[in-house]
Structures are given as C-alpha cells and as structure tokens.
Design a protein around this ligand. Sequence first.
Ligand code: B12
Ligand code: SF4
Length: 537
Amino acid sequence: MKQNILLVSATLDFEFSGWLHRTIPGFTVQKAYTVPLHLGTVAALTPDDFEVQIWDEAVQGEIEESTDFGKQFDLVGVTAYSNHLSRAKKIGRIFRKRGIPVVIGGAGVTAEPETVRDDFDVMFLGEAEMTWPQFLSDFKTGCYDKVYKATEFPDLSLSPRPRWDSIAHLLKSGYKTGGVQINRGCPFDCEFCHVWIKFGRKIRTKPIDQVMDEVSAFERLGMKRVIFCTDNFVGDPRYAKAVLRELIPLNNSFEHPLRYFTELTITISRDDEMLQLLSDANFAGLFIGIESPSIESLKGSRKRMNIHGDLVDQCLRIQTYGMPIQGSMIVGFDHDTPEIFDQQFEFLQASCIVIPRVNILKAGRGTDLYDRMLREGRIMDVERSFAGMSVSFPDDSFSSNIIPKKMTRVEMYAGYLSLLERVWDWHNFEARMTGFIDNIKRFPERKPDDRLVQAIAAAREAVYKFPAVNRAVVDNVFSYMNQHAPSMLWDIGAMVMLQCWEASRLPILREALENQIRVEESLEATKSIVPELVTIQ
Ligand code: B12
Ligand code: SF4
C-alpha cells in the first residue's frame, strides 16, 4: 500500500489576493496570487510509491484541529517563508497531536532553523532536490535524521517539472498567476540579502525546453499570467535572451498570449535588445531592487549595480517600453539620515514608479548584514526589549530589528510612516501614473484579448467599492489612459487596484506604526533597548 503525504503551504490572512477576495465579494475569484511552486516541485520529487496531496492554506483554507481530509496521512510536510513560521508551527502542532510526523522545508526554516527546531520532526535546509528523495527512502525504513541539509547546489536539470495533479482543478480558479523557475543564484552579493549565500553566486539555469513546457502547461490549465520565480531573470543575460527568443513565438502561438512578470536588475536599462525582447514576450511587470536613491547607502549595502548612472533616467528608460517597474525601496541603511524619507519620495515621483514596495531595513538571519549588526550590537533583542509591551504588526515586513546609525528608531518609524502616507496619497499616485503614461515611447504589441477587457470592465465597477477609493482620481486615470494609452487598459487597471489595496490598508498600518512609535519613545526615554548578544558558537 502506498503511504500518503500531505504537503501544506502555511499562509497569512494579511495578503493581497485573500484580502481582495474577502473585502469585495465578487470582485475576483482567485484567492491567491501565485501557485505553490515549492510544493509542486517537492511533489514532483516524490517517488511513485507515495501518494501526494497539496494543501495551500491561501486557497483551500486554514487547517484547524477539526479539519477532516477524508483520509489518513503518514507524513506531513510544511513550507513557509520566515513571515509564515509562526503559522507553520501551529500547523505542526495540529498534525503532531494526531500522531503524524511533521517536517518543514523552505525559505523560512533555511534562514532561521533555530526558530522552529523543536516544533518539527525533521527540518530541510536549502534546496531539496537531493535531500527529499533521500529522506523518503530513510522514512520507509523508519530511521531518519532530524536535519537534512543540502550540501551542494543541485544542477537545475535535476529540478523536475512541478506536479500539479492534486490541485489542478484549483489552479485557474484559485490563483492569479502560474509560476515557473528558470534559474537559481545571483552573481551579486548585496549585504542584506541571503539569496547569494543560500543559492550561490553562480547562476544555475533550467533547460530551456523544460521552461517552455512549464509555461505551456499553465496555458493549458487556463492561466492568464505567469511569474518567472527568480531573483534575477537576467543574472545570465545570454541565457535570458535565449529564453525570451523561444518564449516570443511560443506565446504568440497561444490563442490568448500570457502575460509575464519577473524580478531582475536595473542593468537592463543599458541593454536595448533585452528590453525589446522582454516587451515582445509580453512582460507586464518588472520587479527591480532599486533600494535607495542615496549612492552612499547603495555602496554601503553593496548594491553596486545600482550606482552606475542616474537611477531616475534608468527607470524612465525601462518604462519607455510600457513595462511598469515595481521598485523595491529600503529605508534605514547606515548612511540614511532623516532626510532619506524626502529623498525616497522625490525619487519615486520623478521616476514614475507607480507601485513601489517601500520597505524598512530588517536584518534577516543568515545575511552578512545580520552578522555585522550583531557584532556592532545593533540587532535588537525584540523579545526582551518589548517584554510586557503591546507591539504587533499585521505583517512583520513593516517592522525592523535594527538599531539605525544616523537616526533613532523613533525617527526611522516616524519617517517611514510619513513616506508611506505620501506614496499612497491618491494625488501623488495620479502624478506618478500620468508620468508613467506620458513616458511610454514603444507600446507593447498585444493581441486583443476579450477576456481581459471584460475582466477589467467588471473590475472597474468594483474598484469603486474599495474602502479607501478616491473616485475622482480613478476616473481621471482611466480617462487619461483612454486618451493616451488605450492599449494599456489591463496594466493600468491592475495598478489602480494595487493602489486601492495600499490606500485601504494604510489606516491599519498607521495605527500599528503609531503604536510602535509610542512604544519606542518610551524605550528611548528609559534607555531600555536591549541589543541581542553575540553568542560564540
Ligand atoms: C518568486 C518569489 C516571490 C514571488 C512568488 C513566490 C511564490 N511562488 O509564492 C512573490 C513576488 C509573490 C514573492 C513575494 C514575497 N517574497 Co519572495 N521570493 C521569490 C523567489 C525569487 C523564488 C521563490 C520560488 O518560487 N522558488 C521556487 C521553489 C521551487 O523553490 P523554493 O521555494 O526555494 O523551494 C525549494 C526548497 O526551499 C525546498 N522546499 C521548499 N518548501 C519545502 C517544503 C518541504 C516539506 C520540503 C521537504 C522542501 C521544501 O524544496 C524546493 C526545491 O528545492 C525567492 C528567492 C529564491 N531564490 O528562492 C524569494 C523569497 C522566497 N521571497 C522572500 C520574501 C521575503 C518575500 C516577501 C515576504 C517579500 C515582501 N516583503 O513582501 C513576499 C511574501 C509573499 C507571501 N506570500 O507572503 C524571501 C524569503 C526569505 C525568508 N527568510 O523567508 C526570499 C527567499 C527572497 C529573499 N530576499 O531572501 N516572492
Ligand atoms: S541583486 Fe537581488 S538577489 Fe542578487 S544579491 Fe542583490 S538583492 Fe539579492
């Protein structure tokens, strides 16, 4: 008899797609942004003598003590990012109570194994292409280790096509985008990032045929979009161009070409051929780590690829192709003074980054930044510093564990809040959006897709139901688009929606940040911030 494995993706309530689904009934059918690629990959790595079922909490719902799966499982595997680890622990407890061994893998446990060491029977650190099959073979004998750690970076041709069979019926209705990984690793070594440490600086690429197969599988499953899950799509520019050259005809052969998203570096602004290929392949959003307009902060964090030339010009240049940049920005670097908040705001307005990701610096365990800050006594011992105080964030991406150098923590939080308020102000959004439209020189050529036009028409009505919508601005933006960029309906509609989400969650963030500022003020007044101690291993 085959043994049964359940693979679970732990999730949080405070995520865009789920929130949208709950807040505006009927607005969208999909509850989650993207498919659980990690679990699809782990499922595909599982030998045939096991049955595998995926459970993604974002779509299938939170698992509770009483959840009845209609069958017994012999093993449960959980995946989580760091921000989902507390949820993962709860899931672990539920299954352990049922007497089922529970294991954990993924980015969270890989970055901070000590946080969950006692909550799971087995931890998988790093990539699982070699370790998961090894563990399952040990599991069958009943004798397995507590930790399975990848000791080398596997060749990506060993990473199989993800298996979606157990959730295939949910893909189209549950997820906005499919996900395809094309490479792992990054040639850069930014101080705050652990990607180059965990995945190596040599880019490992997936065979292009497999990439095309994975894309086609999503098209057959009815998906409209695919995100290429990589830290740097252009980490190996020659390979990236080869992928794009295959993707363009494949995509054009689909009745409804898919739209693509990915993460890459600002270096593409200096490569016209790459920009054209991305545009012709129908890339509709580029996530770029810009981080800061301050050259000193960029140098200090080893974000070297961002210090060549004017960043505003480079962003505008990329966006002349009608591909909006989702810029990731960070405040709180060592060279940042309280002036950084104005500089960031002015930069975002000037570069017409309509939907930025504005982050506060956090030192993640396992990064060079964390180790340096720890040595300098600048990582806060959050538990001891905040003992007995009420501090809580809806999403811990908005909190920081560092003691900044050129400002106080109160100044950092206050500046951060003022920056968020300005960025998500509707009139500032409108200025960035009209600037974005005016800056387009080469419109993407797209086959008309009635499905998208209908979806946007419905969405446009629903946009007015958002809690924090500014109807006048929404109308202005759509009428400006109709006059100057009618073919960008879908892209602009999507950005309007994201602005609605950001503006809608601002009051919750404001409350959390104001509370944090009060708590931090009292800590500063009594000089009771406790730095974490360096422990000699
Ligand atoms: C694409 C991507 C995204 C996409 C979509 C990801 C997705 N599919 O859900 C988007 C843009 C939406 C995104 C968002 C975020 N992301 Co992201 N993202 C990535 C990226 C680039 C690739 C992830 C991926 O799909 N990999 C493909 C799969 C196959 O690989 P994998 O997840 O590593 O899984 C392997 C192993 O870990 C293991 N494994 C995984 N789970 C399990 C479970 C078991 C049981 C076992 C045995 C093994 C196992 O097996 C797999 C095969 O080897 C990674 C960086 C990276 N290179 O991994 C960052 C990364 C995962 N993201 C990260 C972060 C922080 C975020 C955000 C929180 C950012 C933010 N502030 O908003 C959000 C969170 C979104 C959320 N749902 O909460 C961090 C996580 C760090 C951490 N310590 O947890 C990473 C590592 C990047 C970084 N800077 O360090 N992300
Ligand atoms: S370029 Fe991006 S993925 Fe690469 S090291 Fe820097 S932050 Fe990490």
